[in-house]
Ligand binder design. Structure first.
Ligand code: FES
Ligand code: FES
Length: 157
């Protein structure tokens, strides 16, 4: 077992983990943060996207033991964050979800884009969101929702 200390959604967490325990399993099974979903477990689908030190990352291919000292944020960690609320609202308005399985990962990726890369054009947005897979929606509503956030943020600037 490996002793780790990390921050999860603003709280310091100390734990003893198996060396090969993935971050997503640690979050879901040991921390009961089940908003982060598991899909492919191969780093392909994006359902498990979280933020590690402020950058979106696949938690199925990150080891919990390697996150010692890191700052982890999950979909549960946004509370009343205005930008996340705006994204949730646009996803709802644009029918950007059906079953919702991909949605936490989509929101985590979209939040990362709008906060770190404020100048993306529609082609960039589509390309950057393409790492998150959705079986239901056909993507158009998802892309529109993210584009709407970019437009709203540009109007405010
Ligand atoms: S479950 Fe992690 S990328 Fe698919
Ligand atoms: S809404 Fe069902 S997988 Fe995206």
């Amino acid at each position: 077992m490996i002793e780790i200390s990390l921050t999860i959604n603003g709280e310091v967490v100390q734990a003893s983990v198996e060396p090969r325990l993935s971050l997503v399993d640690f979050l879901r099974e040991k921390q009961h943060l089940t908003g982060t979903h598991v899909g492919c477990e191969h780093g392909v689908c994006g359902a498990c996207t979280v933020h590690i030190d402020g950058v979106s990352a696949r938690s199925c291919i990150a080891l919990a033991a390697a996150c010692d000292g890191r700052d982890i944020r999950t979909i549960e960690g946004f509370g009343d964050d205005a930008q996340m609320n705006a994204l949730r609202s646009e996803f709802s308005k644009e029918h950007a979800l059906q079953c919702g399985y991909c949605t936490p990962g989509m929101l985590m990726t979209a939040y990362d884009l709008v906060t770190r890369f404020p100048d993306l054009d529609p082609a960039d947005i589509a390309r950057e969101m393409s790492g998150n897979l959705c079986r239901c929606t056909g993507y158009q509503g998802i892309i529109r929702a993210v584009e709407n956030i970019y437009a709203a943020n540009r109007a405010k600037a």
